[in-house]
Design a protein around this ligand. Structure first.
Ligand code: PLP
Length: 403
């Protein structure tokens, strides 16, 4: 069908032919079009049912179409969708109070719309706090912090940098889980260290407890901020409200997004009050950050998560998922925390082929590396759904093995 015919179909109310949608080629061509979700289940436009063990990349932690979140969004849409940040609104204030409480208190919040923006805010805050001459941010190889130019440079994957040089200055990378390497990198130009509690996009590699504690100690000794990127790990995903809480450290800055809105775009950068105080009016802003519609969704998300003790569910369901995956003969290693899990496949199995086969069989997972699958289902996933997902995967793996 020609692009013109596709436009005509749209104008006449016929469903869009996806092949002709004028999207930039930043994503691989999708093979499935989802039209509806409920809890852990998705349906495509042909009525096929899928178990969603990716949750929109660790976003839909309360499951699709959660009734209380849907109701909160609908009510807010009929009340007040947006005003500028020149004015106060109730939902954003309540969300900021709750986040501050969950992080131990004594901090302040900046709202934005995505994970990259939350990290961008943290990086700017570190520079403002550090003052001239103290600006560098040290992050780890294998990390992922976003796709804006600054967060791309913070991302410790040099192959992703190549095409976009020159990137903003002031970023350097050190080996993951290696305290000595970090120690060597902390010279007087460093304002902050930025780390994930579990490297998610980098392959689901949890930090060692001793490493995170050591980083806190080093940052204290050198007067450097410890900033933790909880965009993927935050809000119950790992079995605690925030991943760093497994390691008993208190960061200076915490960024989050993904699960905060259960799919409504909202991100946040929290900082200790004395650090946050480095920002003055005019230093940073975003038109939509914390607007009432997104904040009302986040308020409902936090209310449900607290009432249902969702982090505890992530712990028990995560243990069940890891046990079941470890019992598969084609899985050589299972790693992760809570419901952020990766299964390393026995060679020569190709994780991309297995993910594609799983999708055809009705299970949504993704290949987080050529040899590992990532599982990040809604945190409310049932025991039965975990059994069903692993049964589908076992079948796909057995078929791939004999090919
Ligand atoms: N930080 C981490 C740890 C992430 O996993 C991601 C996204 O996957 C980001 C930042 C970027 O978030 P966003 O895609 O919302 O900009």
């Amino acid at each position: 069908m020609s692009p013109l015919a596709a436009v005509h179909r749209l104008a006449t109310g016929a469903p869009a032919d996806l092949e002709h949608c004028p999207f930039m080629p930043t994503y691989a061509a999708p093979t499935v079009q989802f039209v509806r979700g409920q809890g852990t289940i998705l349906w495509d436009r042909d009525g096929n049912r899928y178990l969603d063990f990716l949750a929109g990349l660790a976003v839909v932690s309360l499951g699709h179409a959660h009734p209380e979140v849907a109701e909160a969004i609908a009510r807010q849409a009929h009340t007040l969708v947006h005003v500028s940040n020149l004015f106060a609104t109730e939902p954003a204030c309540e969300v900021a109070l709750t986040l501050d409480r969950l992080l131990g208190g004594g901090g302040q919040v900046f709202f934005c719309n995505s994970g990259a923006e939350a990290n961008e805010a943290a990086i700017k805050l570190a520079r403002k706090w550090g003052g001239r001459g103290r600006y560098a941010v040290v992050s780890a190889y294998g990390s992922f912090h976003g796709r804006t130019l600054a967060t791309l440079h913070a991302t410790g994957q040099p192959q992703k940098h190549e095409a976009f040089q020159p990137l903003p200055e002031g970023f350097r990378h050190v080996a993951w889980n290696d305290l000595g390497a970090l120690d060597d990198a902390l010279d007087s130009s460093v304002a902050a260290v930025l780390l994930e509690p579990v490297q998610g996009e980098g392959g689901v590699h949890p930090a060692d407890e001793a490493y995170f504690r050591g980083v806190r100690r080093l940052c204290d000794e050198r007067g450097v901020l410890f900033m933790v990127d909880e965009v993927q790990t935050g809000l119950g995903r790992t079995g605690r409200w925030f991943g760093h809480q497994h390691f008993d450290v208190v960061p200076d800055v915490v960024t989050m997004a993904k699960a905060l809105g259960n799919g409504m775009p909202i991100g946040a950068c929290w900082a200790r009050r004395d650090v946050a105080g480095a920002f003055e009016p005019g230093d940073h802003a975003t038109t939509y950050g914390g607007q009432p519609l997104a904040a009302a969704a986040a308020r409902a998300v936090l209310k449900v998560m607290e009432r249902e003790n969702v982090p505890a569910r992530a712990t028990t369901a995560g243990a069940q998922l890891r046990d079941r995956l470890a019992s598969l003969p084609q899985v050589r290693e299972v790693r992760g925390l809570g419901l952020l899990v990766a299964a390393e496949l026995e060679p020569p199995l190709d994780a991309r082929r297995v993910a594609a086969g799983s999708l055809r069989a009705g299970l949504v997972v993704n290949a987080v590396s050529p040899s590992a699958l990532r599982f990040a289902p809604p945190l409310m996933v049932s025991d039965g759904e975990i059994d069903e997902a692993v049964t589908i995967l076992a079948q796909v793996l057995a078929e791939e093995e004999i090919r």
